[in-house]
Design a protein. Structure first.
Length: 94
């Protein structure tokens, strides 16, 4: 009975650093470093990691902008190829 309660308590206590380590890993930081920091300083590790990863929130916006500019470039390039092909086919038909 005591072992079961101790195991559940340990699992609950280690879930806090696991979340911190997973969050760090998702943002390209060291899992084990943040797991250890989260083990000894759980609240401090979460707050510090949140502030360190804050600039990465704009990554999605930058990705969308890059994708839109690439899509515009592809559309323009394809239109130029279509124009060249049409003008070449008109010249050949004469």
């Amino acid at each position: 009975m005591f072992i079961d309660i101790a195991f559940i308590g340990l699992a609950f206590y280690l879930s806090i650093p696991l979340v911190s380590g997973y969050f760090a890993h998702c943002y390209g930081r060291s899992f084990w470093l943040w797991f250890v920091l989260g083990t000894f300083f759980p609240v401090v590790a979460h707050v510090l990691l949140a502030f360190l990863c804050m600039p990465d929130r704009d990554k999605g916006k930058r990705f969308r902008q890059a994708y839109e500019s690439l899509t515009r470039y592809e559309e323009e390039h394809m239109q130029q190829q279509i124009d060249v092909t049409l003008s070449a086919s008109k010249d050949n038909s004469k």
